[in-house]
Design a protein around this ligand. Structure first.
Ligand SMILES: [Zn+2]
Length: 471
């Protein structure tokens, strides 16, 4: 606690409110730590693969300590000599999701992970911690880093694509810098990528709180050409060597799109300043993904692409959880019983008087909040069955999109007619569990494809995340 207080004082320079403390401890460049994260459901190991200097640090300078407390993992950087905490950030990872799947009970796997930190001036201690079931962080990995040593790769980052600014009116040190990177676009499809990105970014900035906070963002595009159009789709036997290596069927889930080539991705992305990445892939097949403080992925050409773009960014940018609970996912016990999830928009409601969004609940709204779950479940179940049937039969995207429209036309009005629709409460069914986990609102972008707005709890979490970069 002493360290923390000393640090807070050091960073609150009365004149500028920033810079002095930051410049004292950091060079202003970005240090990327490439890690291998290996293990099974029961054990895990981390090892450093490389240390790499990127361009100027675009992240927060005034508040280098994580104000959110979010994330399954947390990285901390301490001055080695004084042990003063210099920087911390919560994050989630592909490994953190994978270890909850059935596969992790059977075999080892290893994943590439990259942590981007402000480069310290002096030797520092890098610690990676993991959240336990009791909600406290435990040390997983500790290693001293000497930024002046010859193991730090200082080669200039070579151009591996074209950076195209959409809008960049703010100093990166005081903005949320969003970088949209192309995958599965052939060299001749540059204009298509720019058009796709513009269209989806525009939708995002028509959604609150992004609309009112637009002036706090810089948005840049990074066009990297792939040898041919599209990304891998293993269930169809389609394999492509796309620029970023994005693929459908992550964790054997048809619509889940990730890349396992994080090191390569980071090297490509390092040509532009960024706080947060969206990997936009050139496909008409429904899919995407989003992991907190890692990146989001989104298919560009599907009818629900605007929804996927905004929904997945909610995961990767603000740590929002999925509020849905009936879709097929690979996770088993994603949230252990009796544990309060760290995500800001789902709760186990272990003690309603301590509900994390209690200040947004009106006194006339009961907790848990009643809703016609049986009716929604019956309808939803019939659609899930139909979707599985269509998938198995190899139905085309047009047929799937027609089904999505049908779901929207029936479940949208149903949820909107709920007695407590539009109110903040605790509605049972969230985060892949039909029972024991609760979401804040009858409907939300994190729950269904129906609404075009986030619930108030999600909106506030997004706004607080924006603040953490700009204030
Ligand atoms: Zn929500």
């Amino acid at each position: 606690m002493l360290h923390l207080l000393a640090l807070l004082t050091a960073f609150q320079s009365p004149a500028a409110g920033t810079a002095v403390g930051f410049d004292q401890h950091f060079t202003g460049a970005t240090l990327r730590v490439g890690l291998h994260h290996a293990g099974t459901a029961d054990e895990e190991r981390l090892s450093i693969d490389h240390l790499r200097i990127e361009g100027p640090w675009a992240g927060p300078r005034a508040r280098p300590l994580d104000p959110t407390g979010f994330g399954k993992f947390r990285v901390e950087l301490r001055d080695l000599e004084s042990q003063t905490l210099l920087y911390s950030r919560g994050f989630a990872s592909i490994y953190g999701e994978w270890e909850t799947t059935a596969e992790a009970k059977q075999r080892f796997r290893v994943f590439e992970e990259s942590l981007r930190l402000p480069e310290p001036r002096r030797s520092a201690q890098l610690a990676i911690q993991k959240r336990g079931a009791d909600d406290t962080f435990r040390e997983l990995f500790v290693q001293a880093i000497d930024p002046r040593s010859r193991i730090v790769d200082r080669a200039p980052c070579a151009a591996r694509g074209e950076v195209i600014p959409l809008f960049e009116e703010v100093d990166p040190a005081r903005a949320v810098d969003l970088l949209v990177v192309a995958d599965g676009y052939a060299a001749a499809q540059r204009e298509k990528f720019v058009g796709d990105s513009r269209r989806l970014v525009e939708v995002m900035f028509k959604t609150e709180p992004f609309q009112r906070r637009r002036a706090d963002f810089n948005v840049r595009l990074l066009f990297t050409a792939s040898p041919e159009a599209g990304i891998s789709n293993p269930r169809k036997g389609v394999w492509k060597d796309s620029a970023l290596g994005c693929s459908f069927n992550a964790f054997d889930s048809d619509r889940y799109v990730l890349t396992q080539r994080d090191f390569e991705l980071r090297e490509i992305a390092s040509q532009a300043p960024y706080d947060t990445l969206i990997l936009l892939f050139n496909e008409k097949k429904y899919g995407g993904g989003g992991i907190y403080n890692l990146w989001a992925t989104c298919a560009a050409d599907t009818e629900p692409a605007p929804y996927v773009f905004v929904h997945e960014f909610g995961h990767s940018f603000a740590g929002l959880a999925d509020e849905y609970y009936s879709s097929q996912v690979a996770y088993e016990d994603f949230v252990a019983p009796g544990v309060e999830p760290w995500e800001p928009n789902v709760t186990a409601l272990l003690d309603p008087s301590k509900l994390k969004w209690k200040d947004l609940v009106e006194s006339s709204t009961p907790l848990p909040t009643p809703w016609d779950k049986p009716r929604f479940d019956a309808l939803d179940l019939s659609y899930q069955a139909k979707r599985a049937e269509l998938l198995a039969a190899g139905a085309g995207e047009d047929t799937m999109e027609a089904l999505f429209r049908e779901v929207k036309a029936s479940t949208g009005p149903l949820l909107a007619a709920e007695k407590f629709a539009g109110k903040v409460g605790a509605f049972e069914g969230a985060c892949y569990q039909a029972k024991g986990l609760y979401r804040p609102s009858a409907d939300c972008i994190m729950f269904t494809r129906n609404p075009t707005s986030f619930c108030r709890v999600c909106e506030r979490a997004l706004e607080r995340t924006i603040d953490s970069y700009v204030k």
